[in-house]
Design a protein. Structure first.
Ligand SMILES: CC(C)(COP(=O)(O)OP(=O)(O)OC[C@H]1O[C@@H](n2cnc3c(N)ncnc32)[C@H](O)[C@@H]1OP(=O)(O)O)[C@@H](O)C(=O)NCCC(=O)NCCS
Length: 399
């Protein structure tokens, strides 16, 4: 493990540290975030939830968490410590600043049962017990040739609206969507304010938001012109019913002057199944989304519902931060009981793998084949059957 350089100290970030934190974040990510956006994130942080690493008086690293609410399979909602703004100045890399800040930050998470983050790079967070739990699949739809299959419903009901004028409907549909979707996150009012302010610097060269609204779903998108052909980039599609999903895609595919429509969705999304030519929906990228670390393993495992009965003892290792342990997990009729035990274990794996299984996106059998989970074949089959999720997991929003 990287030793912490003796000249680095870790302490709580105070108000006076925020200019330095802004500079470290901008340097780390190569983006100057608008001050208003930073203020929104700050409004979502509990007290003392930001730590800084200092070299003498100079602030050289930062890590913090926000108070988020995560939907899990079955619709329960868990308080989640949403880790964000993690960066160390290039002058102080690989001296243990991240490890020291993370050790302190996780000590401060108190009663949060679970922590989550999005990773800039895939090699950083596994050592801290985080595992990728949702997947973003980037799709590009060749709109001009796309036709719906005859049996696909054409329910209509979509209106073209200005999003800020329909905030109450957008909020209420999003709320239904996030409570139904594992990985969904509650959106606080200040974050809605920020989204609907639609700052030009957040548009990545695209237009202001366009919005398609249905009683059970909405789409927000931007159009990128000035390229060879226009391209629409969907920033949010929230559909609570398959009818709303089909109606919204019919409206999107009616954008005559747009050649391609791009969207980030979950693997197995419905659109290719609706079209006469499924190949017009090309997968152009796949990336991990939300990463999860269980802080209270029994509470988290008991919160979700399961697809099949299960009776196992899990032996969970957690190298750097020292969580993990041995737990008896019993599932009957979809509900789990989980408690610490000394009984011999049937399943040996590490906490990051358990995080990856939790929302049903990844399978135990895949980790077993990769030698990252050890259990008898019958137990692996039982884990696969139990940890499925009827609703595919999808991260509510980036944080
Ligand atoms: C990622 C970052 C915060 C790491 O900070 P750091 O202080 O250099 O990390 P540490 O010295 O504590 O390293 C801890 C361990 O993680 C490893 N590690 C750190 N960053 C890594 C990376 N980007 N890729 C692979 N391994 C990495 C180190 O090699 C070290 O491993 P070891 O214990 O086996 O020696 C820093 O490089 C950074 O600010 N990057 C740019 C911004 C960014 O990507 N932030 C993360 C946002 S999600």
């Amino acid at each position: 493990m990287t030793p912490v350089a003796p000249d680095l100290t870790i302490r709580t970030a105070g108000d006076a540290d925020w200019p330095a934190i802004g500079l470290i974040g901008a340097t780390g990510f190569g983006i100057w975030r608008p001050e208003e956006r930073v203020q929104v994130w700050r409004s979502m942080m509990p007290p003392d939830s930001a730590v800084v690493a200092c070299d003498g008086d100079e602030v050289v690293g930062v890590a913090l968490f926000m108070d988020l609410q995560l939907t899990v399979p079955g619709g329960a909602v868990l308080p989640m410590a949403g880790v964000s703004f993690v960066a160390v100045l290039p002058t102080h890399r690989r001296r243990g600043a991240l490890t020291a800040m993370f050790t302190e930050l996780h000590r401060r998470m108190g009663d949060y049962p679970v922590a989550g983050l999005e990773a800039s790079e895939a090699e950083i967070y596994g050592r801290f017990g985080y595992g990728p739990a949702t997947v973003w699949e980037r799709q590009s739809v060749e709109r001009e040739r796309a036709r719906f299959r005859p049996e696909v419903p054409d329910p209509g009901g979509v209106r073209v609206v200005r999003p800020a004028e329909h905030r109450a409907q957008l909020e209420s549909i999003y709320e239904r969507w996030r409570l139904h979707t594992p990985g969904g996150l509650h959106t606080p009012e200040r974050l809605w304010d920020e989204i609907l302010t639609d700052r030009p610097e957040s548009r990545a060269g695209g237009s202001a938001f366009f919005c398609l609204l249905h009683p059970d779903g909405f789409v927000m998108y931007r159009v990128h012109t000035g390229e060879r052909k226009d391209r629409a980039e969907v920033t949010k599609l929230a559909a609570v019913t398959p009818q709303a999903y089909a109606a919204l895609w019919r409206a999107l595919l009616g954008l005559d002057l747009v050649a391609t429509i791009e969207i980030e969705t979950h693997p197995g999304a419905l659109l290719p199944y609706l079209l006469t030519d499924a190949r017009l929906v090309r997968v152009t990228g796949v990336e991990d989304g939300l990463w999860l670390r269980m802080l209270d393993i029994p509470a988290v495992l008991q919160a979700r519902t399961y697809g099949a009965d299960l009776s196992v003892v899990l032996d969970i290792s957690d190298g750097v931060l020292g969580g993990g342990g041995r737990f008896a997990l019993q599932v009957r009729d979809g509900r789990a009981r989980c408690e610490p035990t000394d009984a011999p274990a049937d399943v040996h794996t590490d906490l990051s793998v358990l995080g990856s299984l939790y929302l049903g996106t990844h399978r135990a059998s895949t980790f077993a084949a990769a030698n990252r989970l050890r259990a008898d074949p019958g137990v692996i089959r039982a884990l696969d059957a139990a940890f499925v999720s009827d609703v595919p997991a999808q991260l509510g929003y980036g944080f």
